[in-house]
Design a protein. Structure first.
Length: 217
């Protein structure tokens, strides 16, 4: 399947189809507050990077934009917008930014490795470059990963900490829901990366099962 026809959820470049988002799913899903912060960062970085990159490779601006090293330039754009997001979030809520600082540093890397830039390059070769199409494709990738991240954290955090949290306050997060601990909750293994891998493996099996059945129909 060509890059231009990859589906943001079912395709091989999707977060679960190609496991391109497995790392960020494991790191940021321990708390819902982390997942929300990273999800907003995904939309910010993916959308603005795609818009800026497409803007410079269309029309008369294509003549002054270098032909070689465009992937490196795309990486620079994503790193710039990722740093800008961290800076703005640091001003609003510094403690919450500290909690997810390392995870947010990986967002530009996931943006560059998502395959969007290769898809844009194929559009250029086919003499078909559209800003709206490229930005919408990039945002759909971000929405797929962000949605999975939030859903995964909603399941994982109650299993681990008997709570659901939201970013904010001077403590970095505020608990919005608290579940009474019992014989089943919490299962502390899901708080660690090993437990997250087990939970992620279960979802990947369900994903592959649904994908196969979807293909049969």
């Amino acid at each position: 399947m060509s890059l231009s026809r990859q589906h943001s959820f079912w395709g091989s470049l999707s977060p679960l189809g190609g496991l391109t988002g497995a790392g960020i799913l494991i790191m940021a899903s321990a708390r819902l507050s982390w997942a929300i912060t990273v999800a907003v960062g995904l939309f910010w970085v993916y959308g603005l990077t795609a818009f800026t990159f497409t803007f410079f490779i269309t029309g008369a601006r294509r003549k002054i934009f270098p032909e070689n090293g465009r992937v490196s330039i795309y990486t620079c754009f994503s790193a710039f917008y990722g740093s800008l997001y961290i800076f703005m979030f640091w001003i609003v809520c510094p403690f919450a930014a500290l909690e997810v600082f390392m995870i947010l540093l990986f967002v530009p890397i996931f943006c560059t490795g998502s395959g969007i830039v290769q898809q844009m390059q194929s559009h250029i070769q086919n003499a078909h470059t559209d800003i709206f199409e490229n930005v919408s494709d990039s945002i759909s990738q971000a929405a797929s990963l962000a949605g999975l991240l939030v859903v995964f954290s909603i399941i994982r955090e109650p299993l681990s900490f008997c709570s659901l949290s939201f970013p904010g306050t001077y403590q970095g997060m505020v608990t919005i829901v608290y579940f009474k601990a019992g014989a089943f909750f919490p299962i502390g293994i899901f708080a660690a990366s090993s437990g997250a891998l087990l939970l992620l493996g279960y979802f990947i099996c369900l994903y592959q099962y649904w994908k196969v059945n979807r293909g049969e129909h």
